[in-house]
Each structure stands twice: as structure tokens, then as C-alpha cells.
Design a protein around this ligand. Structure first.
Ligand code: AMP
Length: 288
């Protein structure tokens, strides 16, 4: 049985469980607040704090984990191997100062500046590499308030829309990291061949869901004599699938996978050829 450490609350938790479910690993037998749930496929979910996941996976308490790359980077554990960028939970880790500060970039911060952050690992390495000697003020959340309380000159924190920084009279002066949720594996997943295969199998299953989300399956009845042009419009993965329609032979059905953002254009061009009965469906998983 392989364990997957999953965040126990918040948006990251919901999106991770939804992704696992779409990949066929469903925590449906999870009684309320249970800390462990079978997922099927020889996997078990353990529900823990997102921040604890890098350490638990690096220590081998779980073979795999789903958590933010900000937390993976902050833990700084070399045993962790990133298997897949899951795309959700996207944000940036930034340095921000009070609007009135003269600093335009992190290197402008004077030596001895106090930096409030819940990411002391990433922030410490960043300022060390920059050659600016700062004093870190570790806090566990809401760093935005620290400059106004007079306990910090700048913060290192996450932002997505930037509205929280603005609402707190803060201004970004640099980006440390672009973050999103990741599937990570620990040392046990690398140790032997079968564990390595399990890692590839899990990453492949989740990737098939992410890939499918950007695609649609398009079906249309088209005149048989337009097939060459249909192939140009619907190249699919290895050409469209053509199925006979039981009429007098004038029509065929063309099926193909298309990029979601090209569906509109593909339909317009198929209609120009006289296509009828056009259907577009979502795809659950796609393994090319
Ligand atoms: P913002 O959209 O920039 O106003 O961010 C709203 C709040 O959510 C801020 O406190 C951020 O630190 C936090 N935040 C934004 N994106 C993420 C994320 N992907 N993971 C964790 N916290 C986030």
C-alpha cells in the first residue's frame, strides 16, 4: 500500500481530492474527519497539514504528497523529487514593502532589514544569494500586518491577484518563486524498480486528467467527398477516426480530439464544408 499525503483543508485539499477522483482514485469511504482513507489502486490518502507534507514525504511517512511548491521549496529537503506540476493553486512568492518605502527592488533593502515571513527557508536563501544581510522574523500567517505593526521592514509572502497586498498598503518589489500544487515523491519511491514504476503510474494517471482538461472530443457528420479537408481541420492525435454512416454512402462521421480553445474555429470550418450533427464532449482522461 502506498500512501499519498493530501492537505486536510482548504482549496488545495478540495482540488487535490477532485484530481485524484478524476484519475480513478476516490476517497469515497472517508468518514468525516478521518485522517486516513483508502483510494483504491493500492493507494491510501493520509490527510495532514499542507505545510507538513514535504517533511512527511521526505521522511518516508508517505511515499507521495500533493502540496504547494512554496512549501516544498521552503522545506528544502533534497530527498523530495517533483513528479508533476498540477497547475492549480497558482500564486507567486514576492517581497513587498510599505507603499512609502524608497526600495524599488530587494537589493535596495538596507542591511539589517527585518523581513516577516512564513517562508524562512526560501526567504533566507534568497537574501543570502542576493548578498543582503537581513533579519528574518518568522510568523505563521498574515505577514501583511507586520510592517504596519513596526515589527518588519518588508515581507516575503504569497500573492495571486495582489489585492491583499494593495489593501494593506504594500507594494511588490520582487518575485522569488512562481508556485503551484505539485505531486512529489520521497526517497522510498526511488529505491527500487517497482516503487519507481508506481511513481510513474501515479504521475501518468494524474497527468492524463490534466491533459484531458485542455481537450475536447468532437464528432460531426461530414460529406464523404470532403474528407481531405476534414483531415486538415481535425488532425486529431493520429488523424480523425472515420466511421460509416448507414445512408447511401454520401455521409461519414468524423471523430477527433481537438484543443479546447480551437473548438469554436473547428466547428465554423466544418460547417463551411456542410457538416451536420456536430457534437462536442469533455474527455475524462487522455493517454496518447
Ligand atoms: P491575493 O489574491 O493576492 O489578494 O491573495 C489573497 C490571500 O491568499 C493572500 O493572503 C495570499 O497570501 C494568499 N494566497 C494567494 N494565493 C495562494 C495560494 N496559491 N496558496 C496559498 N495562499 C495563497
Amino acid at each position: 500500500m502506498d500512501r499519498i499525503a493530501v492537505p486536510n483543508k482548504g482549496r488545495l485539499s478540495e482540488e487535490a481530492l477532485e484530481l485524484l477522483e478524476k484519475a480513478g482514485l476516490n476517497a469515497e469511504h472517508r468518514p468525516d474527519r478521518a485522517l486516513v482513507a483508502p483510494l483504491g489502486g493500492g493507494f491510501q490518502a493520509i490527510f495532514v497539514r499542507a505545510r507538513d507534507i514535504p517533511e512527511l514525504v521526505a521522511d518516508g511517512a508517505a511515499e507521495f504528497g500533493i502540496t504547494g511548491s512554496d512549501l516544498v521549496a521552503d522545506a528544502g529537503r533534497p530527498e523530495l523529487r517533483e513528479l508533476l506540476d498540477l497547475g492549480f493553486g497558482a500564486c507567486r512568492m514576492v517581497v513587498a514593502v510599505k507603499d512609502a518605502s524608497p526600495a524599488e527592488q530587494p537589493a535596495d533593502l538596507p542591511p539589517g532589514s527585518r523581513i516577516a515571513t512564513s517562508f524562512p527557508g526560501v526567504a533566507g536563501r534568497f537574501f543570502e544569494e542576493l548578498g543582503v544581510d537581513v533579519h528574518l522574523v518568522p510568523i505563521s500567517g498574515a505577514a501583511e500586518i507586520a510592517p504596519h505593526l513596526g515589527v518588519a521592514d518588508a515581507i516575503v509572502d504569497l500573492t495571486s491577484s495582489g489585492s491583499t497586498l494593495r489593501a494593506n498598503g504594500l507594494r511588490e518589489i520582487g518575485t522569488l518563486l512562481r508556485c503551484s500544487a505539485r505531486l512529489v515523491a520521497g526517497p522510498t519511491a526511488e529505491r527500487d524498480g517497482s516503487a519507481g514504476r508506481r511513481a510513474a503510474e501515479l504521475a501518468g494517471a494524474l497527468e492524463s486528467v490534466l491533459r484531458a482538461e485542455r481537450k475536447r472530443y468532437l464528432m460531426a457528420n461530414v460529406p464523404r467527398d470532403a474528407l481531405e479537408r476534414v483531415r486538415e481541420i481535425l488532425p486529431g492525435i493520429s488523424g480523425p477516426t472515420i466511421v460509416d454512416v448507414l445512408d447511401q454512402g454520401r455521409w461519414v462521421a468524423a471523430h477527433a480530439v481537438v484543443e479546447a480553445d480551437r473548438v469554436y474555429e473547428s466547428i465554423a470550418r466544418l460547417k463551411e464544408l456542410g457538416a451536420e450533427g456536430i457534437l462536442v464532449t469533455r474527455i475524462e482522461r487522455l493517454m496518447p
